[in-house]
Design a protein around this ligand. Sequence first.
Ligand code: AHG
Ligand code: MN
Ligand code: MN
Length: 338
Amino acid sequence: MPYNGLITLEQFIVDQQSLYKDAGGSLSKIFRSLELAAKMVNRDVRKAGLVDILGNQGSINVQGEEQKKLDVIANDIFLQTLSRSGEVSVIISEENDDPYFVPGCENEKYIVAIDPLDGSSNIDVNASIGTIFSIYRRPNAQKDPTLEDCLQKGKHQVAAGYFIYGSSTMLVYTTGVGVNGFTLDDNIQEFCLSHPNIEIPEEGKVYSVNEGNSDTFPVAYQRYLAYCKEKDKASHRPYSARYIGSLIADFHRNLLKGGVFLYPPTQSAPNGKLRLMYECNPMAFLVEQAGGSAHSGSERILQVAPTELHQRVPVIMGSKNMVNKVLEFIAETSLQDA
Ligand code: AHG
Ligand code: MN
Ligand code: MN
C-alpha cells in the first residue's frame, strides 16, 4: 500500500522529540493542547459570520483595548486546554491583567505566553487573524511560580509559534531546531507538514508599516521609508508596501517571501504598540531560526530584559539585510544627532 507521504504534526513531534530534549513528553503534551485549542478557535472563526460572536464583548482589557467577543472566546479556550494539559504552571495572556497560575500545577515546569487572537481589528472584515504562543521553562519548578519566573528574556524560549486562520489554517513553530509549517487538512482535521525548514530570504521587496503614524516616527525611520520609495532597479526599489494590520499575516507573508515589518516608536506609543512577551519575542525566535533578524532599534529583541508582563517594544523584523539597512539609518542618524 503506497504511503501518501503525509506527515502529521503528531508524527513530526514524536520524530523531533529527541532533538528538543523533551524526554518526559511534557512539551509534546503542551503542543497537543495548543493544537486542540487552535482547532476549536478555527471552528469559531470559520463560523463567526453566522453566529453572534462578531463584534465587541463590551469589556476593556489591560491594554485599554476594546475586547472583541472572539478575543475572549479564544482566550478561554486556550487557557482551559493548556490548564488541562497538566504540564503548564503559569499562563501569560494578552487578555489577562496578571499571570494565571494554573491550580494544581504549581510544580510543573512550563510557562506559556499567548496572544489568543492577534489582529482582532480584522475579525469583522474577514481578514487573516491568528494566535501567537511562546513557551519557557521555569528556572526552579520546586518553588511556587512567581511573576519573576515569567519575566524571562526571549532568548530563553524553548518553543514559539503561531496559528494563522487565513485562506488555510496553518501552524508555524520552532523548538530551536529550525522552523516548520503545517497546514490543517479539514477532511481529517490533522495539521500536516506542508512547509518543512522555512528560511526567510535575506532580501525582500516588501516593507510593512502603518504609515499613518509616520509623521511622528523618529527621523531615522522616516529616512528609511523614503529609501524604500526611491527608484533603484538594482535593489528592486521602490519596494511594495504591504500592511494588513494583523501582525501574524504580515509576518507570515514576509517569512515566506522576504520583507521587513516595522512598528516604530510613535508620539502616542513611544515604545511602539507590540507586546514583548507574546508578540515580539515569539516572532523574533521564529525569524532568527529562519535566518532573519529582529531588533528593537537599540538591541536584539531576544536580549530585551522584560520588566513588565505587558510591556511594549519597538520592532524591526524580517529579512536580515533589510533589518540591517534600517539599523544603518538609525546608526547614521544618531551619529549626526551626536
Ligand atoms: P491584537 O489584535 O492582538 O491586539 O494585535 C494587533 C496588533 C498587530 O496584530 C498588528 O500588527 C498591529 O496591532 C496593528 O496596529 P495598528 O493598527 O496600530 O497599525
Ligand atoms: Mn496581537
Ligand atoms: Mn490579541
